[in-house]
Design a protein around this ligand. Structure first.
Ligand code: GTP
Ligand code: MG
Length: 173
């Protein structure tokens, strides 16, 4: 079992390619109300969780709700790929503005597995090259997370490690 220590109040960024299991992990370990997913916010602003043209508006709304939750002292999990530096920087900024620790949980599965899973989903229609690009972005991300301000970086490699992970909350004081 891998124990992931997380402060009781944190902004948790899930990081992983499409099909790595972020939403599944979020469902398993957190309350539905703690999880802000990019899909949910795209649907909220555009009635379509895959409408990429809605991403800017969706993330603006997501960051706003994340900020509100942190101001109120609620642990918040961001379920998005978080593979781009600028996307992660926005989360670190929101966390810092509220004196909350930003934490990253990276889910790293073999690209072939993520692709297999994606092909089995009616709600994902992108091509293989999109996944390959995400995988490349993930490789780059490893060297950046700590520098970007994530105070804890938990990396789960492979399905077994992901499935065996447990969250343990650290008391703040
Ligand atoms: P995007 O939302 O596209 O970025 O993907 P995601 O990272 O949220 O992946 P998601 O959690 O939706 O997982 C995709 C599929 O993989 C799910 O429908 C599950 O069937 C399968 N899956 C995800 N996590 C696990 C896991 O831990 N174990 C097993 N056996 N299957 C998993
Ligand atoms: Mg998902």
């Amino acid at each position: 079992m891998t124990t992931l220590d997380i402060p009781e109040l944190a902004l948790v960024a899930l990081v992983g390619v499409s099909g790595s299991g972020k939403s599944t992990f979020a469902r398993r370990h957190f309350l539905p109300s703690q999880v802000l997913s990019s899909d949910m916010f795209r649907a909220m602003v555009a009635d379509d969780e895959n409408d990429q043209s809605a991403s800017a508006d969706a993330f603006e709304a997501l960051h706003h709700i994340a900020a509100t939750r942190l101001r109120r002292g609620r642990l918040t999990v961001v379920d998005a790929t978080n593979l781009q530096s600028h996307a992660r920087a926005a989360l670190v900024r929101v966390a810092r503005e509220h004196d909350v620790l930003p934490v990253a949980i990276v889910l790293d599965v073999p690209e072939a597995l993520a692709w297999d899973r994606t092909q089995g989903r009616a709600d994902r229609t992108f091509g293989r090259q999109v996944l390959t690009r995400m995988q490349r972005d993930l490789r780059r991300t490893y060297g950046l997370l700590a520098r970007e301000g994530f105070r804890k970086v938990h990396v789960l490699r492979g399905v077994e490690e992901i499935e065996a992970a447990e969250i343990r909350y650290e008391k703040l004081f």
